[in-house]
Design a binder for this molecule. Structure first.
Ligand code: GDD
Ligand code: MN
Length: 401
């Protein structure tokens, strides 16, 4: 233990419990040789920057932020999802010299929204901003945002591309169209009157996050939209225009997964309180499988003249394979299995469903023997099988624990 809590509380005031663990403030103030007590170094603004392979953007971004926030007690938390390019190491390298810079590295997880949420949970500042690492967001807006929150009756300030003076920079037409379509779709779940709910650049009072934290969906890319849709009461928000800049280093992570996550977020906000979206999707694909199943069962019985048990077994095997691939594509897109893991996943799915199918064929044959109605028998078997399949495969095939 480098420091004694009582002496520290003298120095750091109310921040003591947060700071005694690593003794950071005492060391930091010694470093700078400043006479100011540690308490004055406590940040009032935390900028959360989610990162995925942004190594080359870290230094330029910090330089820009430092200039823009001159005179403000700020800190930056980079929330990195274990980037391959050593982003986290690059951040820690700077953090060793500058106490305003911190790294929160997450292992085995992905997601811009959840990264931002954890960044908020890791800081204590009364004002929290979210900003991309790739220099596309105009850092010169930060002091203006802070000024608005401190002096005007707003809880949230959004960097907006869609108000007078804002813009998309050099976006191609296709992306602009997709963005405007998504913006219109998002109005379905968003309670606020806002021109740019898809912006990833904003600042809010800490209470805005805290009031919504437990209701946030946390899925995907749209943390602002999630926040607005999850806030218990309307958020007083103001938009400030900015021009979306071009990315200089690294690549955009916007791909079909992001579109999928956007759909999941919308669905979660629409039906999530009734039934979990993933289960609904699994059930929907199961229903498609059922149609296939019944079709195959019917054709095997009537066209091939197979016995009922054989026909039901063939239909089950085909539906199982069909369901595995559709679920891997849609339900579990965020943990999609590929290559060797796909083969292993399929094998485990067969194994799990094999047990389910055993019950399926057994139950179906039993029902068929009792009622002689092939379709009631077929459905009964499938229902028993799918409940088992969902419960067990979500854990063992797609590793959701
Ligand atoms: N931790 C973490 N985990 N960070 C991520 C992840 C992730 O899974 N995916 C992306 N990021 C980081 C990137 O490193 C970058 O700093 C920021 O999130 C935005 O990612 P980009 O890949 O640059 O996104 P974009 O430019 O296509 O989208 C931006 O503009 C949209 C507006 O159209 C983002 O700001 C979106 O939030 C915004 O909606
Ligand atoms: Mn970007």
């Amino acid at each position: 233990m480098p420091s004694n809590p009582v002496a520290m509380s003298h120095l750091a005031g109310t921040a003591v419990s947060q700071r005694t663990k690593d003794g950071a403030p005492a060391v930091a103030s010694e470093h700078k040789g400043s006479a100011a007590p540690s308490a004055s170094r406590v940040p009032e603004l935390t900028v959360i920057v989610p990162t995925l392979n942004e190594r080359n953007n870290i230094v330029p971004l910090l330089d820009l932020i430092e200039t823009a926030l001159d005179g403000v007690a700020w800190e930056v938390i980079f929330v990195d999802d274990d980037s391959r390019d050593g982003t986290a190491d690059a951040v820690r390298e700077i953090a060793r010299r500058d106490a305003r810079v911190r790294c929160l590295q997450r292992l085995g997880r992905r997601g811009l929204s959840s990264a931002c949420i954890e960044g908020v949970l890791a800081c204590a500042s009364p004002y929290v901003a979210v900003m991309d690492a790739d220099l596309q967001h105009d850092e010169r807006l930060l002091p203006q945002m802070l000024h608005v929150l401190k002096n005007e009756p707003y809880d949230l300030v959004v960097g907006s591309r869609y108000v007078e003076g804002g813009g998309l920079g050099e976006w191609d037409e296709r992306r602009a169209t997709i963005s405007s379509l998504a913006t219109r779709l998002s109005r379905v779940i968003c309670k606020a009157e806002i021109a740019d709910p898809m912006s990833g650049f904003f600042m809010a009072r800490r209470e805005v996050f805290e009031a919504a934290l437990r209701k946030l969906s946390g899925e995907g890319f749209k943390i602002l939209l999630d926040l607005l849709a999850s806030s218990p009461k309307p958020v007083r928000q103001k938009e400030l225009p900015f021009q979306f800049r071009q990315r200089q280093h690294g690549d955009s992570k916007l791909d079909t997964l992001v579109a999928w996550e956007f759909g999941m977020l919308l669905a979660d906000k629409l039906i999530g309180h009734i039934v979990p979206v993933r289960f609904a999707l699994f059930a929907f694909i199961g229903a498609l499988g059922l149609v296939l199943h019944l079709g195959v069962l019917w054709s095997s019985l009537t066209l091939l003249g197979a016995s009922f048990v054989t026909a039901q077994a063939i239909a089950t095997a085909l539906a199982m394979t069909f369901n595995f691939f559709l679920n891997n594509l849609f339900t579990y897109r965020d943990q999609r299995l590929r290559g060797a893991r796909l083969i292993r996943g399929l094998a485990s799915f067969y194994l799990i469903c094999g047990v389910g199918a055993f019950a399926n064929v057994g139950v179906a044959s039993y029902v068929f023997a009792a009622h002689n109605a092939w379709w009631i028998a077929g459905i009964s078997g499938v229902v028993i099988g799918s409940v088992w399949n969902y419960a067990v495969s979500s854990v063992f095939t797609w590793n959701r624990r």
